[in-house]
Design a protein around this ligand. Sequence first.
Ligand code: SF4
Ligand code: SF4
Length: 264
Amino acid sequence: MSGKDLIFLTRSELLDAIRIDFEQYMPQLHLYTELYTGVTGGAARIDPDPEDFGIWVVPEGGLETFVPADEAGELVYAAIVEAELSAEELRGVAEKVFWGNVELGDGPDGEGEGYWIETGMEKFVCRECGICCFTLDHHCSCTDADIERWREHGREDILAWVGDVEQDGELLKRRLWVNPKTGLPAETCPWIEERADGGFSCGIHYIKPDVCREYPGSIKHAALTGCVSYRELEREYRKKDLVYATEKDEGVNADESGGEEKLK
Ligand code: SF4
Ligand code: SF4
């Protein structure tokens, strides 16, 4: 696996990562049906009618039941946990979920055996279009490292856009980006700069917040959060979900024509 971008997760961290994967993207119906069938020994299929957005599952010896798409990830995650899979079986699940090779091995810091997951990020190509700056949620908490970085650089102008969330006078967390004049969340990131070529750049690139530094975490993350470089991959993946195919293709095509104009 040398030369590959890898992350190591313990078994419990891997299960958490699978749960988060199911929660953070639009329902991945074909993935859910495949995993459900594999881990329970039952059967599952996507309901082909987009109006009935969901999957049908048949537990071993049970009756076929319809599960709405927004509950399907939770059901399949519970099935994975309940199945008490061996390390090797869970490795196989992880490969399907994370779109890459996963190997069992000892952790780097004496964690014992866990899972080395290829993120695919060594192949990542950023077109520096800046589209993700518009599409990703930047109203998340900012990290202590962000605050420290901006203080070190004396960037009071950036710190001014950080909102404190307090309860009973106690600081709970900090949020990006809050308009210092209105006290309201900014509609778009205030540091996006339009370039002469029509693309967009980050005005604070070298000291941007961790959430931006860490995006994307993997090729799957890029593809399923609308990264321009991986739209074709997203389209191919979503085609397998049947119910997205028509609507999604139309959406992507319409979006791409607009997006591509901007990139030129
Ligand atoms: S959308 Fe993708 S290609 Fe465009 S700037 Fe963001 S990460 Fe790079
Ligand atoms: S801080 Fe920079 S990288 Fe992050 S959303 Fe704003 S412009 Fe984009």
